[in-house]
Ligand binder design. Structure first.
Ligand SMILES: C[S@@+](CC[C@H](N)C(=O)[O-])C[C@H]1O[C@@H](n2cnc3c(N)ncnc32)[C@H](O)[C@@H]1O
Length: 199
């Protein structure tokens, strides 16, 4: 089975349990910093938006115009209920067809690492294409390289990462300027976090 299909089925099954698992304030510091980098009412695309909490809701509360996409139909349904002021679509991040220069900000919080790493570069390039000039990309991936299939909240799940140095060079190769990159401990989890600006 395609890895994206394992992930989609897994999140469809765990959608109702996810909120309990997600510590919604783990990323507040980074989100607040991100908000300071964006103009008023900026258009934000949240990739792998999950149930819309905390990221999409945070941006809506700041007055930004938010679009969320997620591969899991059940996660998208919950996001629509949780954040009625944003718009949500069931899309695979590998196949995004939003127009060029459509968003001022793209976020991918705990989501890119569910896609096989060989595809990370083409996804980063599509983020670059959809961002406006000077637009901001904010994402995290795991801090250890490798592919991993394991159980997550009772369902089969897949993760895939490059080591941070390789992810960093891919972001640069995709023509982003790095604003911040570091392995951070959030909610007792280490992830590699990146803020970058479209050149
Ligand atoms: C760990 S959750 C994080 C959700 C949300 N970003 C958050 O911070 O709570 C990962 C999300 O990424 C979504 N996802 C995984 N692979 C995806 C893909 N190829 N395209 C779109 N969404 C994907 C999953 O369905 C899931 O909702």
């Amino acid at each position: 089975m395609k890895k994206e299909e394992i992930v989609r089925k897994g999140y469809d099954e765990i959608a109702l349990k996810f909120k309990e698992f997600r510590n919604i304030f783990d990323n507040l510091q980074e989100l607040e910093h991100l908000a300071t980098l964006l103009p008023e009412k900026a258009k934000v695309l949240d990739v792998g938006c999950g149930i819309g909490i905390p990221v999409a809701r945070f941006f809506v509360d700041y007055g930004f115009s938010v679009t969320g996409i997620d591969i899991s139909e059940r996660m998208v349904e919950l996001a629509k209920q949780n954040v009625p002021k944003a718009e949500f679509f069931q899309y695979d991040m590998n196949e995004l067809v939003f127009p060029d220069n459509a968003f001022y900000c793209i976020t991918a919080v705990y989501s890119l690492f569910h896609v096989p790493r060989e595809k990370h570069f083409s996804i980063l390039k599509s983020f670059h294409r959809m961002l406006k000039q000077e637009g901001i990309l904010f994402f995290c991936v795991g801090h250890l390289g490798g592919d991993d299939t394991d159980e997550f909240l009772g369902e089969e799940m897949f993760w895939s990462n490059y080591p941070p140095e390789r992810t960093l060079s891919l972001v640069k190769e995709a023509e982003f300027e790095i604003l911040f990159d570091e392995v951070l401990d959030r909610g007792d989890e280490l992830q590699y976090w990146v803020f970058a600006r479209k050149k």
